[in-house]
Design a protein around this ligand. Structure first.
Ligand code: HEM
Ligand SMILES: *[C@@H]1O[C@H](CO)[C@@H](O)[C@H](O)[C@H]1NC(C)=O
Length: 316
């Protein structure tokens, strides 16, 4: 009895502490965050992204990459959208984030703000998260629930940018993703985002011409031909605008475009997961959703250290 009472007291104190500390600890995201202020938010973003995707096949891949880049650098706070007045921001030319991704977010934000109920009440960070879900699901990928309630950051600097390198090996990739609280499985599932879009030849040309034994020779020849004509190649050249598990099947055939893609198959420590996703699209989809949800929680800002940006391109 005595110990039961002690236990009850401890539980009570813990609950009290959690209740008291709660508003000051990590932001609590939830899917229905805007249910009261902007009930039709998801529908508005859904149809705006649909129009963006009709306008350009680059919209979906560019938006998905924007979300990753934003969350990986100072958290999911839409800082990647900020245009620095001195030219110092997270998107100097070198990172090649495509304008179609920014335009998709700006158009979705304009659509949200054109509803008087919603005007200036939804963060750019949440619009990026929702537009990314639409980009994935409307490309044939999983249609998942998005947690909401992020605030927008006020700062964006070139020197804060942290991204993995396309020539990274498995250990480097794992080290990078572990700083985001993501596991090797999360990393492999998220790399499946490379089922959409393209990469500039500069990022993989060093692997061609027989320089990388893990590259399929006919793929090597194909890439040399492609890069002689244009400056990019598709990350998944079988279905470049379809979200599916062919990315992993390509890896099994030595047809991964970036070094960081192919190494997931070359390295025996990650090959099993690649084989598994190549054979089970459903598991890839559900693991992708788990990892995207975790990625969406990285460095989330609250009212205490963020704001609801009126124009996603500039702090208020
Ligand atoms: C694992 C480490 C990763 C590396 C080294 C990497 C690197 C790259 C590089 C170099 C490009 C080509 C950029 C260009 O030439 O325009 C690219 C494109 C892309 N990345 Fe990643 N990435 C990684 C992870 C991710 C993740 C986690 C996602 C999202 C879940 C993602 C989504 C994309 C998409 C969709 C594109 C195509 C963009 C477009 O066509 O506009 N990447 N990535
Ligand atoms: C995703 O689910 C929502 C809600 O059920 C639905 O309205 C929407 O059309 C779905 N999107 C896709 C691309 O299937």
């Amino acid at each position: 009895m005595h110990s039961m009472a002690n236990l009850a007291a401890i539980v009570f104190v813990v609950i009290l502490k959690v209740a008291v500390l709660w508003p000051f600890t990590a932001a609590q995201l939830r899917p229905d965050y805007y249910a009261g202020v902007c009930p039709n938010l998801e529908g508005i973003v859904r149809s705006s992204v649909k129009q963006s995707m009709v306008k350009s096949p680059i919209s979906a891949p560019a938006t998905l990459r924007l979300f990753f880049h934003d969350c990986a650098t100072t958290g999911c706070d839409a800082s990647v959208m900020i245009i620095g007045s001195t030219g110092d921001d997270e998107n100097p030319d070198g990172y090649l984030l495509k304008p179609e991704g920014f335009q998709t977010i700006l158009d979705a934000k304009a659509a949200v703000d054109s509803d008087p109920q919603c005007r200036y009440k939804v963060s750019c960070a949440d619009i990026i998260a929702l537009a990314t879900r639409e980009s994935v699901s409307q490309s044939g990928g999983p249609n998942y629930t998005v947690e909401l309630g992020r605030y927008d950051g006020r700062k964006s600097t070139d020197r804060s940018v942290r991204l993995p390198d396309p020539s990274d090996n498995l250990d480097s990739l794992n080290a990078f993703f572990s700083t985001l609280g993501l596991s090797q499985t999360d990393m492999i599932a998220l790399s499946g985002g490379h089922t959409l879009g393209a990469a500039d030849c500069d990022f993989f040309k060093y692997r061609t011409g027989g320089n990388d034994q893990s590259m399929n020779p006919s793929f090597d020849a194909q890439l040399q031909e492609t890069c002689a004509k244009q400056n990019f190649a598709f990350l998944d050249d079988v279905t470049p605008i379809g979200f599916d598990n062919l990315y992993y099947r390509n890896l099994q055939n030595g047809r991964g475009l970036l070094g960081s893609d192919q190494v997931l198959y070359t390295d025996e420590r990650s090959r099993g997961t690649v084989d598994f996703y190549a054979a089970n699209q459903g598991t890839f989809f559900s693991d992708f959703v788990i990892a995207m949800t975790k990625l969406g929680r990285v460095g989330v800002k609250t009212a205490a250290d963020g704001e609801l940006r009126r124009d996603c391109r500039y702090p208020n």
